[in-house]
Design a protein around this ligand. Structure first.
Ligand code: BES
Ligand code: MN
Ligand code: MN
Length: 464
């Protein structure tokens, strides 16, 4: 029963953290070609970890095809709880975002360090630490009880941070290999410290590259300035026309079909402990908050779409000055999507609009890098109830339901392709610095996460 497993987790907590440190030392940055081997090392580490705790049929599943070189999936299962027992699919990702800017880190991103009860490293909370909680919850149950209370399949991907194309193809083509009654995802945040939280919705996204070309080659800006088109000026003009000063995106038809949150959901959001001024000054750290007029911060980040520019490679960016009219400019631009929007049609509207507004003298090309659909999950099922009561028990407080502004592309496929209820039980904190320098995971939450997962699996097994 769970007491023994929780006791085991408590007694072995320090070792669990040491193991996590070893995983965090592997720079499994999925977007960098130079880290392909590190990404594989992290996959092997997770596979070994699963084998050691008694998970069966553990293997790497290659996702490379003739068209693309992908990172492997890690699969394992334990299906000895009997045919009557439910099967839970545990999902996480072992890849991480790049660590730059490196000089902003207080300790190096791939040399995990514990300070003030937090473990600092790239991937600490997103998602190596949270994925490792799953593995350690399984270990605690198997070691303490000799068995699991439910059947389990584990799938851990190495491409979440680059769009999750490999796992999406696997689910489409071999969905039966992940057959389960529900999925558990720990890759989201709690709304506030000490406040147990289930995430019930994620935004989708399209991540694009806009390339603008002017002259046939770079030109001397004195000799040609005044006559030759400048792609950086053109790209700025295009970007400026995508969004109005009121925060509304100007692409025709962009907001068509959006599903509003229900009145109950909006009411629940209003009662969450949210201090806009504190959020502005401590989390965002800007002089003002921006965004679409007429919506609250939680609505703007959870249930409204947005557009952001991530960087503009090209031209002269070295120290000093160079008087050049670059031949081309690029911008990395993404949109977050909400229920009612589809990635493909949103991309088509955006591309058409950009082509229409392109200034004269330049050619534009709009490319999709990756995409994922938005999702809101149902909360009316026994899996959500098991998670709600597991977390409430561990934290000693009622669990709140929130949405997340981020995206986990495969969650939509679990719900739509596999047709299974998905529980997003995450233990990150708002100040964990995901994707930023000094990413951390609050160690108390690592341990409480393991306990919550143990209790969750036990409750699901008991049919609660
Ligand atoms: N774990 C995050 C997503 C997340 C964060 C959801 C916080 C809810 C709350 C995930 O690893 C992530 O960063 N996803 C990317 C997806 C993209 C690259 C396809 C994102 O949201 O930018
Ligand atoms: Mn993540
Ligand atoms: Mn992430």
């Amino acid at each position: 029963m769970s007491e023994a497993a929780v006791g085991f987790a408590k007694a072995n907590g320090e070792r669990f953290v040491e193991e996590l440190k070893a995983l965090l030392r592997i720079p499994s940055i999925s977007t960098s070609p130079e880290h392909v081997e590190d990404v594989r090392k992290a996959a092997e580490f997770v596979a070994d970890g699963l084998r050691k705790v008694g998970i069966e049929n553990v293997r790497l599943i290659e996702t490379s095809t003739a068209e693309r070189k992908g990172h492997p999936l890690v699969y394992g299962d334990w299906l000895n709880a009997g045919k009557e027992a439910p099967t839970v699919l545990l999902y996480g990702h072992y890849d991480v975002q790049p660590a730059e800017p490196l000089d902003e880190w207080k300790s190096p991103p791939f040399e995990p360090e514990i300070r003030d009860g937090n473990i600092y490293a790239r991937g600490a909370v997103d998602d190596k630490g949270q994925m490792w909680m799953h593995v350690k919850a399984l270990e605690s149950l198997i070691t303490a009880d000799g068995k699991l209370p439910v059947n389990v399949r584990v799938i851990v991907e190495g491409e979440e941070e680059v769009g999750g194309e490999g796992i999406a193809a696997f689910v489409r083509e071999h969905g039966e290999q992940l057959k389960a009654d529900a999925a558990l995802v720990s890759d989201t945040e709690m709304f506030a410290p000490e406040l147990p939280t289930l995430c019930v919705g994620l935004r989708g996204m399209i991540y694009t590259e806009l390339e603008v070309k002017g002259a046939a080659t770079d030109l001397h800006s004195g000799m040609y300035g005044g006559a030759a088109p400048n792609p950086f000026v053109a790209i700025s003009q295009i970007i400026a026309k995508l969004k109005g000063e009121d925060g509304r995106i100007s692409i025709p038809g962009f907001y068509d079909g959006i599903e509003e949150p229900t009145a109950d959901e909006l009411k629940a959001w209003k009662s969450l402990p949210f201090d806009e001024e504190e959020y502005r000054s401590h989390e965002v750290g800007s002089t003002e908050l921006t965004g679409e007029a007429g919506y609250s911060v939680l609505e703007r980040t959870w249930s409204r779409p947005t557009m952001d520019v991530h960087g503009m490679p090209g031209g002269f960016i070295g120290a000093g000055a160079k008087t050049v009219i670059p031949a081309k400019a690029t911008a990395k631009i993404s949109f977050r999507l909400v229920p009612g929007m589809k990635s493909e049609s949103t991309f088509a509207k955006y591309k058409k609009f950009v082509e229409e507004i392109a200034p004269k003298g330049v050619t534009v090309e709009v490319r999709m890098i990756h995409s994922g659909e938005p999702i809101v999950v149902s909360t009316d099922n026994k899996y959500v109830r098991a998670a709600t009561s597991a977390m409430a028990e561990v934290f000693g407080k009622d669990t709140v339901f929130v949405r997340g502004g981020g995206s986990i592309p495969i969650v939509g496929d679990f719900v739509r392709e596999l047709g299974i209820p998905t529980v997003m039980m995450g233990f990150g904190l708002p100040d964990d610095n995901l994707h930023a320098p000094n990413e951390k995971f609050h160690l108390a939450n690592f341990h409480r996460g393991i306990e919550s997962i143990v209790l969750f699996l036990d409750k699901v097994g008991a049919g609660v």
